[in-house]
Design a protein around this ligand. Structure first.
Ligand SMILES: Cc1cc2nc3c(=O)[nH]c(=O)nc-3n(C[C@H](O)[C@H](O)[C@H](O)COP(=O)(O)O)c2cc1C
Length: 178
């Protein structure tokens, strides 16, 4: 049976390298009968977590009423979470990190997510994504998610530079196998 997959995408450059890598993943996942909901966090109004822990005492309800609500609703029904981002100063983009931090609202109730994957692009070598990979793995450990796969596409600058690269096939295959 098809799985519910939520993709949180963090590139502010629509249709560029990270989006193309993510498109390949989604193509593979949907071809295998899964259901994908993709959120472009850079186009959404998402505030930073206030650390008030209101969500901890009020059943996961966040005090901030913004575009994080549909993401939290989708994560309450998701079996797989995919984070997709370019490397910005050795980490995820700020736009993606805002959304990741706000999933704190679901920490206590535990979301049904069982597996997670990471898709990243960067301008330098793969090493530039090392901190993000480490962050991703620590989140998986904390949440008890199985690591489903990581695809990193290095040496990218222009939006279409990723076309024809093997990382697209890797992402597509990861989608099929997810
Ligand atoms: C603000 C900013 C910071 C970046 N920081 C890094 C970095 O630390 N390491 C790196 O290898 N590439 C860095 N890059 C390059 C991007 O990760 C790379 O070009 C990526 O493919 C862009 O993704 P996009 O096409 O989805 O916008 C940076 C780019 C920008 C705009």
């Amino acid at each position: 049976m098809g799985k519910n997959i939520v993709v949180l995408s963090g590139s502010p450059r629509r249709g560029a390298t990270t989006d193309r890598l993510t498109d390949a993943f989604i193509e593979g996942a949907e071809s295998a009968g899964n259901f994908v909901t993709r959120f472009q966090t850079a186009d959404m109004r998402i505030g930073g977590c206030l650390g008030c822990r209101h969500c901890f005492t009020e059943q996961g309800v966040c005090v901030q009423k913004d575009d994080m609500q549909p993401i939290l609703d989708a994560l309450r029904k998701a079996e797989v979470l995919v984070l997709a981002s370019p490397v910005y100063y050795f980490g995820f983009t700020a736009q993606l990190k805002l959304a990741v931090d706000r999933t704190y609202a679901l920490l206590k109730e535990r979301m049904p997510v069982k597996r997670a994957a990471l898709l990243m692009t960067c301008g330098a070598s793969e090493e530039a994504a090392a901190s993000s990979v480490s962050t991703f793995r620590q989140i998986c450990k904390l949440q008890r998610w199985e690591e489903a796969g990581i695809v990193i596409a290095p040496h990218l600058h222009k939006p279409d530079e990723i076309d024809g690269r093997p990382e697209l096939d890797k992402a597509r295959q990861l989608g099929r196998d997810i």
